[in-house]
Design a protein around this ligand. Structure first.
Ligand code: NAD
Ligand code: TYD
Length: 351
């Protein structure tokens, strides 16, 4: 039976579609609005015979969603579609509330309506996997234990607050309507096809163009980096063996301060594409992000114990491989950089 993914033309969603098509004969359908972050180039390298179909549409539109569910009859929905960039949510939160909260509510209701005329066995088998973030838990002090399943919600950015609101809706639809939902909380992902507004591809794109690399504040904020392919194997395990009503944390054992991460990236760029000066000479400390969370870290032991999932990529190798991907795919990057994204970069970082 098919599965339906929302946001499958984005960074993580497209990695999930790629992994699915190489590992499973089951059909997969992508519903994606193709916002500035959605990119059909991300799906262009799927094998011609891949059992994949792309549908352009909005998760906030009940008619579209309901029609697609009735047509595809998926056994699961994996919900990636969202507005995802913290800095954009600070400049304006409307799209975040509309898509992340309203879009999730619309999908939940459409799935509930769709399942109401299915057999009890089909209803039991159905899964709604909601891809959330560790950012809903707020910021950790340097010695605090990593986020775990029972961590309290303390979102600090408008983005994190909108994802937290969506998480609560997902929980409510499970408890009230019996929808078999599962929520995952992952840390910062990295890897191929990430939109170059996020730290790692932004650094690679700017450094290779000889532009400065902006580090917010003192650069000592810590993120727990997770390779996107490890995230996708975790989602597959959640889909196959996760318990409805549960939450699963997914992290990469990759805690690293931003400045150290960027220096490693610069080292990898020096190796792969040496220039006259080290790429690290392009680093500039710039005004900090308002409300900038200091540290995220994930304790994924319950996901390991219950689902048998562990991350496979080390941060050092993963970063090197990621740098090589962006260098080998400059056309992908250029097509983004020459479009509407360029005006956001000018607004955020100056001409
Ligand atoms: P992304 O910004 O790269 O892609 C988002 C995708 O959603 C795009 O293809 C976009 O076109 C689509 N979309 C946006 N609004 C839509 C709408 N109204 N209807 C249909 N499609 C719409 O995001 P990503 O980094 O791939 O993140 C995917 C999910 O994972 C998000 O829910 C995000 O909150 C979560 N997450 C991401 C990270 C990370 O490090 N990237 C970390 C934790 C959680
Ligand atoms: P980002 O990739 O935007 O992810 P998130 O805010 O969801 O963690 O940022 C990762 C870290 O890098 C975060 O601490 C903010 C920092 N950062 C910079 O220092 N400079 C930048 O230009 C960007 C985009 C992020």
């Amino acid at each position: 039976m098919p599965i339906l993914v929302t946001g499958g033309a984005g960074f993580i969603g497209s990695a999930f579609v790629h992994a699915w098509c190489t590992q499973s004969p089951e059909p997969i359908v992508t519903l994606d609005l193709l916002t500035y972050a959605g990119n059909l180039d991300n799906l262009a390298t799927l094998p011609a015979a891949a059992p994949h179909r792309f549908v352009r549409g909005d998760v906030r539109d009940p008619g579209t969603v309901r029609h697609l569910l009735d047509e595809v009859q998926p056994r699961a929905v994996v919900h990636f579609a969202a507005e995802t960039h913290v800095d954009r949510s600070i400049k304006g939160a409307d799209a975040f509330v509309s898509t992340n909260v309203g879009g999730t509510a619309c999908l939940l209701q459409a799935c509930t309506d769709h399942l109401s005329d299915r057999s009890p066995a089909e209803r039991r088998r159905f899964r709604f996997v909601h891809v959330s973030t560790d950012e809903v838990f707020g910021s950790l002090g340097p010695d605090e234990p990593a986020f775990h399943r029972a961590s309290h919600y303390r979102p600090n950015s408008p983005y994190a607050a909108s994802k937290a609101a969506a998480d609560h809706l997902v929980r409510a639809w499970h408890v009230t309507h019996g929808l078999p939902t599962i929520t995952t909380h992952c840390s910062n992902n990295y890897g191929p096809r990430q939109f170059p507004e996020k730290l790692i591809p932004l650094c690679i794109a700017r450094a290779t163009a000889g532009e400065t690399i902006p580090i917010y504040g003192d650069g000592c904020q810590v993120r727990d980096w997770l390779h996107v392919d490890d995230h996708c194997t975790a989602l597959r395990a959640v889909l196959d063996r996760g318990v409805p009503g549960s939450t699963y944390l997914v992290g990469g054992h990759g805690e690293c301060a931003n400045i150290d991460l960027v220096r490693s990236l610069c080292g990898a760029l020096d190796e792969a594409r040496p220039t006259g000066a080290p790429h690290a000479s392009l680093i500039r400390f710039v005004t900090d992000r308002p409300g900038h969370d200091r540290r995220y870290a994930i304790d994924a032991s319950s996901t390991r114990d219950e689902l048998g999932w562990v991350p496979r990529h080390s941060l050092t190798d993963g970063l090197r491989e990621t740098v090589r991907w962006y260098l080998a795919n400059e056309v992908w990057l250029e097509r983004i950089r020459s479009g509407a994204y360029a005006s956001w970069v000018r607004e955020q970082y100056g001409p």
